[in-house]
Design a binder for this molecule. Structure first.
Ligand code: UD1
Ligand code: BG6
Ligand code: NA
Length: 365
């Protein structure tokens, strides 16, 4: 089943050009997107006062990656809920809300309990899942199957990128009545159709990520700074490193750096800064300068050809990735970090597909 690969996680990382293709198959048209499962509900979603994204772990991070373009293309405020925290707080959910539940397995107990709670409160409940026939798929009013193919590695990889793409299609469908964003939507649709080839391109960084992993093998900790579209990339990159490579890692909002995390910076702690091209680029350039002036040990992820723009002194390690439509950049940017976490795990001698203490699907509370 693993074919020529040593581990399922490795296979699933390398499968992404294909899984992204199957997620979009039959759904992407020049004129817009067609999501069979949503057509009867799009008008209701458009009228909702708020969209609430709900999930756990990697699925929560995928929703966080979708939040900026969902807000931008629909104009509807989007709030984020970790499923267990929504339940702990019994946070307010209203009939006028659209609650979007994101779950690879469709069987995560916390997410399903949050779904019961949202159904009781009368919200329109939409599922984003990889599993046809799952409890999530059955109990939601409507939804989108991401069609990424079966995922076996406990650390979610291809489901993450397909979830983001499914939510991009959701945002395009909900926002399709807005004339002012027509050109923007067309650019994103064209960006979506090139994603599989961009994913193939970025996978060529495999050997470089293995080399980077070997330089981090003895580190105690790894920070990842992102912002805007790539805040989620920082959280998800750090989650991959902690769950499989068993190394302490935190993803952080770069805008919060000066409000605390800056105290940790020294010449030993490795820090990945995501600084690909988007509206936050110049802010990330100044973050890099502030970190360098405190002798930070930096690994900067930037768009192809931007090495000297992000690190004029040449003192950072640079990962160059293909440039895609800014809001889709998280789909590409996570791939080198998945590869890094994978190689770090193998080099540190840990179990890649079955990490210590974790389960693929947590079906108890
Ligand atoms: C559907 C078929 C697909 C077929 C296509 C042809 C299924 C599962 N899918 O795909 O095989 O090729 O039509 O037009 O038979 N749903 C939820 N909650 C979720 C996910 C989905 O309620 O979390 C519902 C949807 O609202 C929809 C149904 O499940 O009613 C199928 O969803 P999806 O597979 O995404 O629909 P299509 O892409 O139209
Ligand atoms: C578990 C897995 O904790 O559940 C994570 O170990 C996963 O990898 C999380 O992200 C949520 O799973 P699902 O199936 O709801 O997306
Ligand atoms: Na359903």
């Amino acid at each position: 089943k693993k074919g020529s690969y040593d581990h399922f996680m490795q296979k699933e990382i390398h499968e992404q050009p294909h899984s992204l293709t199957t997620t979009m198959r039959g759904r992407l048209k020049d004129s817009g997107v067609l999501l069979g499962g949503l057509k009867e509900h799009i008008k209701t979603i458009r009228r909702s006062r708020r969209v609430v994204f709900i999930g756990c772990g990697t699925s929560y991070n995928a929703a966080l990656a979708a939040r900026p373009f969902m807000e931008e293309l629909t104009g509807i405020p989007v709030t984020m809920e970790v499923a267990s925290d929504l339940l702990d707080r019994q946070g307010p959910i209203y009939r006028e809300d659209t609650a979007v539940f994101v779950s690879q397995s469709g069987e995560t107990a916390d997410t399903l309990l949050a779904l019961d709670y949202a159904l009781e409160n009368g919200a329109l409940c939409v599922g984003i899942t990889n599993t046809v026939g799952s409890t999530l798929s059955r109990r939601t009013h409507c939804g989108v199957h991401i069609n990424a193919g079966c995922e076996i590695g406990v650390a979610s990889t291809k489901a993450y990128t397909s979830q983001i793409v499914a939510m991009a299609m959701l945002a395009l469908a909900v926002g399709s009545d807005q004339i002012s964003t027509q050109a923007r939507r067309e650019a994103i649709i064209s960006g979506l159709s090139s994603l599989p080839s961009n994913a193939s391109e970025v996978l060529k960084l495999d050997a470089e990520m293995k080399e980077l992993a070997s330089s981090l093998i003895d580190s105690e900790s790894l920070l990842v700074f992102g912002r805007g579209y790539n805040y989620a990339t920082a959280l998800e990159g750090a989650l991959k490193v902690k769950e499989v490579a068993l190394m302490h890692s935190e993803g952080m909002l770069a805008g919060e750096m000066k409000h605390g995390p800056l105290a940790l910076v020294d010449e030993n702690l490795p820090i990945i800064v995501i600084a690909t091209r988007d509206a936050c680029f110049s802010k990330q350039q100044s973050v890099i300068q502030q970190l360098l002036s405190r002798k930070g040990r930096l690994i900067v992820m930037c768009s192809e050809g931007d090495a000297s723009a992000v690190c004029p002194s040449g003192s950072c390690r640079v990962i160059e990735v293909p440039d895609v439509a800014d809001c889709l950049q998280p789909v590409i940017n996570i791939i080198p970090l998945q590869l890094l976490a994978y190689h770090l795990t193998v080099l540190r001698g840990f179990d890649v597909d079955q990490p210590r203490n974790l389960a693929k699907s947590v079906t108890t509370q």
